[in-house]
Design a binder for this molecule. Structure first.
Ligand code: F6P
Length: 359
């Protein structure tokens, strides 16, 4: 028997396409149960800062605006991390915020990092939580896929297609650097679908010679251009992780390996002129594709259904086409989901002759 009357919903971590579809689904399903939905602004900040920042959400917020079908987060999000020494204090303020609003449970749209942090806040403050996985990195464990991943793949694949036209005109090898943090899902799946010649991901070591050999083979085949996809999380050949700066708590932010490799390859190989494009935050945009809209709708509806049936402290997930849920403590202990180097995408890449590293 559900005792829920008021719930909070927030988006945490890097935004992505499909978040608003999920928020809208939660609001619709919860409103039908006569629950009040508090949309918490700017990730956890709406509850940890004072004054509290939130708004009451109704289906009209989404039906009478284009919000449900646009990328980004209607509520705003936060991707700045928390210093370990401040965790307990922030958790305390979060708990106070939830109690001040009288929320019976909180639904969190987040990736693996947010599940970890929010699970800690909620368990420390005795708050019921349901997690909904979202991230363009697709590294949230215990779910086949997270909201936002498919749209990001679409953006990346379209970018490969766009870059191919100029690569062809100028007879160049073009490097496209993609996000994904320490997981290569986004780069790998976009490279396979986009027909790249080389794809480098953090899970598989590579050599410069391996890349050059592939470029030579492309040239020998008579093709006058080549496409190289690199994931931002790969290291240099010497094992160094490049960075474009630090986030607000001083952690290094990935980026720059594409330009680094372009310079190095231009020095060591003159078969093609090499140029690099770092796609950057455009990867978090894009009109949500069918797969993300469906996933976000299924996950949003499931989250409300779980709460209504008295189930909490779980994350919803997709398991071979079935919407299921998993204890948050298992999600946290599973860590980040990496590319299966024996999986179908790596296998397809190899069968297509792509250089994917030393495997
Ligand atoms: O986790 C999503 C993500 O887009 C990563 O792929 C990327 O490394 C990171 O966020 C970028 O974070 P920020 O928006 O803080 O630059």
């Amino acid at each position: 028997m559900s005792e829920i009357k008021k719930i909070g919903i927030l988006t945490s971590g890097g935004d992505c396409s499909g978040l608003n579809v999920a928020i809208s689904a939660v609001v619709k399903a919860a409103t039908l149960k006569n629950w009040t939905v508090y949309g918490i602004h700017n990730g956890t900040e709406g509850l940890t800062e004072r004054p509290l920042s939130y708004e009451i959400l109704t289906p009209q917020n989404f039906s009478e605006t284009p919000w449900a079908k646009t990328a980004g987060s209607y509520l705003g999000s936060l991707n700045k991390g928390v210093k370990p020494e401040l965790m307990d204090e922030v958790a305390r303020r979060f708990g106070e915020g939830v109690r001040e609003l009288g929320l019976d449970a909180v639904i969190v749209l987040g990736g693996d990092g947010s599940m970890n942090v929010l699970q800690r806040y909620c368990s420390q403050a005795g708050i019921k939580m349901i997690g909904i996985p979202k991230t363009i990195d697709n590294d949230t464990p215990l779910t086949d896929i997270s909201i936002g991943f498919e749209t990001a793949c679409q953006v990346c694949m379209d970018s490969i297609d766009s870059i191919e036209t100029t690569a062809r005109s100028h007879h160049r090898a073009m490097i496209v650097e993609m996000m994904g943090r320490d997981a290569g899902h986004l780069a790998l799946q976009s490279a396979v679908a986009g027909g790249a010649d080389v794809c480098l991901i953090p899970e598989i070591p590579y050599t410069l010679d391996g890349i050059i050999k592939k470029l030579e083979a492309v040239k020998a085949s008579g093709r006058t251009y080549a496409l190289i996809v690199v994931s931002e999380g790969i290291k240099t050949e010497n094992g160094e992780m490049l960075s474009l700066g630090k986030n607000m708590i001083g952690e290094k932010v990935h980026g720059g390996i594409g330009d680094y490799l372009a310079n190095l390859l231009n020095e060591k190989y003159n078969g093609f002129q090499i140029r690099c494009t770092r796609l950057g935050h455009v990867q978090r945009s894009g009109h949500p594709v069918y797969g993300d809209r469906m996933l976000a709708t299924l996950f949003g509806a499931k989250a409300v259904d779980l709460l209504s049936n008295g189930q909490t402290n779980v994350m919803v997930g997709l398991d071979h086409g079935r919407v299921d849920c998993y204890p948050l403590k298992d999600v946290v202990s599973a860590g980040s989901k990496r590319v299966d180097v024996h999986g179908v995408y790596v296998q397809a890449a190899k069968l297509l002759g792509m250089y994917i590293g030393e495997i």
